[in-house]
Design a protein around this ligand. Structure first.
Ligand SMILES: *Cc1c(COP(=O)(O)O)cnc(C)c1O
Length: 398
């Protein structure tokens, strides 16, 4: 867990992404070193006692103190403009740590219906066993958040833009509802990253990340993070990590802190390429509808323009027809990887109805708008013309 100084960084986001959090060792290395060590040596018995009691700051054991992990935490905290960051082994363990650190048995949570699939399963199948209850709302409809509040509501949990339909929720408006009802707003910022959207500045209390996605950016390592203030994250979430141990490995922290260094330019490129592909898809006769927040046809286009500096690399579209036509587009690609992962330099194509959303009932999918003719793309960093040609092959056959 890393806490920033009270003073805010004097540097702009791209500079923070490259420079924040590094502490150069006596060797004078230019790039950050990896500290692959589980424990640390103390100078004396008194020194060890002072560290363990918390009287003296410093490393104790890598389950909760490691210099490489700390550099990653400090850098991400600076980019989100939060006081504290706790890095975790995966995005799911970041969400688990936020819930375990901030909620107690009997508490109620209001969450968006279109959250990442494993988040819904964690909530419904695991956390309900420990006395938490959940109500789901249409996340883009601000009034539904308000209506779902109960006397015991302690947390509102939001993901924007959502997956796969790119619905955009008004973070400031939902934060106000949370605070008017003495609840916290947690935002999963995996899709936009702090480069495109900073939920804490819009009023959210806590941000969670799957750093497996854009922060790694090249599909190599798993990781996650929780960012917020010194009390909520620096004490409450950190206390869970320290004792329960869903810790980010120092090696993965190193890969991902180097990922942060290129995140600014990568997010701009992913967004630019995705917008080009989304606009082009809208002009294709075999395409029925395209979902991407930066398109003027998107229902929350104005809100997205205000809230995000660009729309990231994920978009969805419906082909004319049903499952067979959607599968034909997938099976005609040679370049797109057929996989559900996203946020990679390699572009991916997915059929949500039979993969990521396959465990839902047909009615649940209809209600969410995840129809059989829907495809989801995560646009990587290949040449846009090559990606268009790859999709054109299947679309021309429909
Ligand atoms: C992938 C993802 C997660 C879960 O992260 P893992 O690193 O796979 O555990 C959570 N939220 C969103 C939005 C994701 O895309």
């Amino acid at each position: 867990m890393q806490e920033k100084d009270d003073k805010k960084s004097a540097y702009k986001l791209a500079t923070r992404a490259v420079r924040e959090g590094q502490v150069r060792s006596a060797e004078g290395e230019h790039a950050e070193p990896i500290f692959l060590t589980s424990s640390y040596v103390f100078k004396s018995a008194a020194d060890a006692a002072a560290r363990f009691s918390g009287e003296q700051a410093g490393n104790i054991y890598s389950r909760f103190t490691n210099p490489t992990v700390r550099t990653f935490e400090e850098r991400l905290a600076a980019m989100e403009e939060g006081e504290s960051c706790v890095a975790t082994a995966t995005g799911m363990s970041a969400i688990l740590a936020a819930c375990m650190g901030l909620l107690s048995a009997g508490d109620h949570v209001v969450a968006g219906r279109d959250l990442f699939g494993s988040t819904i399963i964690l909530f419904n199948k695991i956390l309900t066993k420990f006395g938490l209850s959940f109500t789901y709302v249409d996340s883009a409809d601000t009034a539904q958040w308000e209506d779902a509040i109960q006397a015991n509501t302690k947390m509102l949990f939001l993901e924007t833009p959502s997956n796969p339909l790119c619905n955009v929720s008004d973070i400031s408006a939902v934060a106000k509802i949370a605070h008017d009802n003495s609840a916290l707003l947690v935002v999963d910022n995996t899709f936009c990253t702090p480069v495109l959207q900073q939920p804490l500045k819009l009023g959210a209390d806590v941000v969670v990340h799957s750093s497996t996605k854009y922060i790694d950016g090249q599909g190599r390592t798993m990781g996650g993070a929780v960012v917020g203030d010194k009390k909520l994250v620096g004490e409450d979430v950190f206390a869970f990590l320290r004792s329960a141990g869903p810790t980010l490995s120092p090696f993965n922290a190193w890969v991902q802190l180097k990922g942060l260094e290129t995140l600014t330019v990568r997010m701009q490129a992913h967004s630019q390429y995705a917008l080009e592909i989304a606009s082009w898809l809208e002009s294709q006769p075999a395409v029925e509808r395209v979902f991407y927040p930066d398109l003027p046809s998107h229902p929350q286009h104005d809100l997205a323009q205000r809230q995000q500096t660009a729309a990231a690399g994920v978009l969805a579209f419906q082909v004319k027809g049903g499952r067979d036509e959607a599968w034909q587009v997938i099976d005609s690609t040679e370049l797109f990887s057929i996989t559900a992962n996203l946020g990679d330099t390699k572009s991916t194509i997915t059929h949500p109805a039979t993969t990521t959303h396959g465990r839902l009932t047909n009615e649940e999918r209809q209600e969410m708008g995840v129809l059989d003719n829907l495809l989801r793309l995560s646009i990587g960093l290949e040449d846009v013309d090559d990606l268009k040609k790859d999709l054109q092959r299947g679309l021309d056959q429909l």
